[in-house]
Ligand binder design. Structure first.
Ligand code: NAP
Length: 283
């Protein structure tokens, strides 16, 4: 698995697993637990969750699956990289610390490796950053970052806390290339990997004809081509969500694919890069 370096030198896998829309119902629970365990067994090490997902349900389910895998010796804690997020309405000085403790309890962990402000809310960034830095100092989180912030807000974050924000997690896929215009270059200049969420457009790109044609010639699916395209972008981590075992396996295989210049040109023709600033997409 290709690794991406954070500014503090930590390496993280370029491909992780998203957990939005898991842990929401009892009916899906067994299959979702099995999916996360399968993901660990086949090599996933980076997991993305949030207090918002299933109102804690995704963290609880992820925590149970991680706990089972850790107890079984399938993986060690140090090999795992766990990302979670605080709701903006909780991101005050006290609220951030309390939300983090709740997330840790649900996850059954002593540390969240990367803790993100889920999107900009009513609390000034300076207050949230103070709260996040305090969590780093007590070891409750390894580092912090943000999500759904565009370049002007990232400049503000960088002014308030130079070099401390680890990442910006944003909507980025072959059909959502807006961040390439100015945000992604800015993040690269600041040695901040971008985490691409919904990299296959919530499954939508699995039906794209151009990607399917490219995939057909290689014996892979359109979704795999979409994911390989995101992972071909320097400094970008992708966190597709998948529950079906075949999807988990296909996505891991996509992380090993190298698209040719010709294939990249065909994807550019289908989904042209932005020629002007576009508002950041948000799901
Ligand atoms: P996504 O990963 O683009 O798409 C997930 C959907 O695609 C699921 O329905 C999944 O099906 C399907 N899928 C996965 N692999 C596939 C494959 N190889 N072939 C065909 N279909 C495939 O969308 P997402 O869940 O919105 O985004 C991923 C993660 O990013 C989330 O889970 C969450 O962790 C994070 N996220 C963050 C934010 C934020 O504001 N920071 C916003 C949105 C998402 P199955 O599950 O049935 O396998």
């Amino acid at each position: 698995m290709r690794q991406i370096k954070l500014a503090d030198g930590t390496q993280l896998p370029a491909l992780g697993l998203g957990t939005w829309r898991i842990g929401e119902s009892r009916a899906g629970r067994a299959a979702e637990l099995a999916a996360i365990r399968h993901a660990i067994d086949i090599g996933y090490r980076l997991f993305d969750t949030a207090e918002m997902y299933g109102e804690g349900g995704a963290e609880t389910l992820l925590g149970q699956a991680l706990g089972d895998a850790l107890r079984a010796g399938a993986v060690t804690r140090d090999e795992l990289f766990i990302v979670s997020k605080v709701y903006p309405h909780n991101a005050t000085r006290r609220g951030t610390a309390q939300a983090c403790e709740r997330s840790l309890r649900r996850l059954g962990l002593a540390r969240i490796d990367l803790y993100l402000l889920h999107w900009a809310g009513p609390t000034p960034f300076a207050e949230t950053i103070d709260a996040l830095q305090a969590l780093v100092e007590t070891g409750r989180i390894g580092r912090w970052g943000v999500s759904n912030l565009d370049i002007d807000e990232m400049r503000e974050i960088e002014t308030l806390a130079p070099g401390l924000c680890a990442t910006d997690q944003v909507y980025y896929s072959a059909s959502q290339r807006g961040p390439e215009f100015s945000l992604l270059p800015w993040l690269r200049e600041h040695a901040m990997p971008m985490m691409a969420y919904s990299p296959i457009d919530q499954g939508g790109l699995a039906n794209d004809q151009t990607l399917a044609t490219i995939g057909h010639a290689r014996g892979v699916t359109a979704a795999q081509v979409a994911l390989a395209w995101v992972l071909a972008q320097p400094g970008v981590v992708a966190i597709p969500k998948a529950v079906r075992p075949a999807h988990l396996e296909q996505n891991l295989a996509a992380a090993q694919m190298a698209l040719t210049e010709e294939e990249l040109r065909r994807i550019d023709a289908r989904f042209p890069p932005p020629d002007r600033k576009q508002p950041l997409g948000m799901l």
